[in-house]
Design a protein around this ligand. Structure first.
Ligand code: TGC
Ligand code: FAD
Length: 398
């Protein structure tokens, strides 16, 4: 990949809204990404490997649990700082952000919010530094958009429970030390359990053949009569609302992150349009190229405003799940549209690994689907404004 020359677009002076601390967080994350990740990410993407040597650095820039309080070893930052870090990571690669958002929102968040003090002290400090890596098992082979139908289950066995079932499409699974797993008890109630690598009957085979998110490791979680100590059950929340609460946090980070990918594509397209000449003039002088660029910056600016306001609401504890869904859905959609337009502006060069655009485009196809598909988020908005859920339909007579 060519040298990373990224400067972020800020057409409406959004920087004026950031505190000095938020700017410092951003600058540290950006400098680290440019120095440590940009030079190697194309190779990892090509070889379909996650750069595990980066885990310690991710911990050092505060990417693992930015909002976890200092008493549990976290940096104690606000939600906007969390969003900014996810944006800087995804500006480089969605897989890099995936690793950080799973660790933060889907592993540290439930242990912090639903765990007891002993569980918090045992896991959070090590997860914060990257010494320990976690994954989150909600999706099953036959239950993706409808996680409430899950069949993974556990039965009582004295001081233990016996866990059986399988999870699929799990980010970080192949190398995770622990998994926060969602499973039903004998009454059919969903609980979160911390399953540790090495427990007998627990395996994490890697999934292969992805054309998207190739620099992120994805795997299965398989449980065959795994004896999990009852002490590993997260005691403070159960029911489907527990994993969905984690998704709120992760989707918030994705809204910021996907916008980062969009900003990177725009930044490259703008630069290229001034450098590349055809018919004796820079292509940026053609009206049709300007239309693409002008529409890109308009969508980016609207998304920046939406996302920043969501950050304020989240900081105040007022962001609703539906508001988060709207931002996740909008920002991934505009990012994909912008990646496609930026690819066109680069002509043939746009399909090469000299530029990150095609990698962003392929990655964003996963982002469009995970953490709630594009259409599920639209239905969440629909339900919020009408009060009528449209997720299920009576099976018609055929
Ligand atoms: P529904 O009846 O609507 O709700 C069940 C209970 O949950 C509550 N609830 C929420 N609580 C907190 N946050 C939310 N966002 C919530 N949404 C709903 C709700 O109030 C209810 O509580 P209670 O007390 O009344 O029982 O549930 P439903 O079965 O009809 O499903 C609704 C639907 C479709 C929106 C939901 O299931 C959904 O969001 N599906 C999408 C599944 C999904 O997003 N999976 C993501 C897996 S993790 C992942 O993709 C990680 S990728 C990570 C990476 O690499 O970055
Ligand atoms: P399905 O639910 O089968 O959906 C198929 C299609 O049907 C979609 O277009 C969907 O929008 C549509 N559809 C479904 N229900 C409805 C409805 N009611 N109305 C209208 N349309 C509907 N999961 C985890 O638990 N942990 C992870 O770490 C994780 N990481 C992932 C990493 C990657 C790279 C990917 C691709 C996925 C990951 N997932 C993870 C899984 C992800 O959350 C699911 O893929 C997602 O929730 C969709 O489920 P599905 O793929 O089974 O699609």
């Amino acid at each position: 990949m060519a040298t990373d020359q990224y400067t972020h677009p800020d057409y409406y002076a959004m920087d004026d809204f950031l505190t000095d601390e938020q700017k410092l967080v951003r600058d540290a994350a950006r400098a680290w990404v440019k120095k440590e990740v940009s030079p190697i990410i194309e190779d990892n993407y090509e070889n379909c490997t996650f750069p595990r040597h980066l885990l310690k650095g991710l911990g050092e820039i505060g990417a693992f649990g930015p909002y976890i309080p200092e008493e549990y070893g976290g940096p104690g930052l606000d939600q906007i700082s969390y969003g900014i870090i996810m944006q800087e990571l995804e500006r480089c690669d969605s897989g890099l952000r995936s690793t950080a958002s799973v660790q933060s929102s889907l592993v540290m968040y439930p242990i912090w919010k639903y765990g007891n003090e002993e569980q918090r002290m045992k896991y959070l400090p090590k997860l914060g530094t990257g010494e320990m890596i976690g994954c989150f098992g909600l999706t099953e082979p036959d239950h993706g958009s409808n996680p409430g139908g899950m069949i993974t289950n556990f039965k009582d066995d004295g001081d233990y429970v016996i866990l059986n079932g399988a999870k699929m499409w799990i980010s970080n699974a192949p190398f995770a030390d622990i998994a926060v797993v969602w499973a039903k008890n004998e009454e059919g109630r969903i609980h979160g359990l911390v399953v540790e690598r090495g427990m007998e009957g627990f395996s994490t085979p890697e999934m292969h053949g992805k054309h998207s998110l190739r620099a992120s490791a994805t795997g299965e979680l398989i449980f065959v009569n795994v004896r999990v100590p009852k002490a590993n059950i997260l005691p403070n929340k159960s029911g489907l609302g527990a994993p969905l609460g984690c998704l709120d946090s992760a989707r918030f980070g994705i809204a910021w992150g996907a916008l980062g990918a969009a900003m990177d594509c725009y930044d490259q397209a703008l630069r290229y349009s001034k450098e590349r000449t055809q018919f004796g003039v820079p292509i940026g002088g053609f009206q049709l190229i300007q239309k693409k660029l002008a529409e890109m910056i308009t969508e980016i600016t609207k998304a920046q405003l939406l996302t920043f306001r969501l950050g304020q609401l989240r900081n105040d504890g007022r962001a609703t799940s539906a508001q988060i869904s709207m931002a996740k859905r909008n920002n991934v959609e505009i990012a994909l549209d912008i990646a496609r337009e930026a690819r066109q502006i680069h002509g043939a060069m746009g399909i090469t690994n000299e530029y990150s655009i095609m990698r962003h485009m392929a990655n964003l196809e996963s982002v469009l689907t995970y953490e709630g598909t594009h259409d599920v988020h639209l239905l969440i908005t629909g339900m919020d404004i009408t009060g009528i859920p449209a997720f299920t339909r009576e099976m018609p007579e055929l």
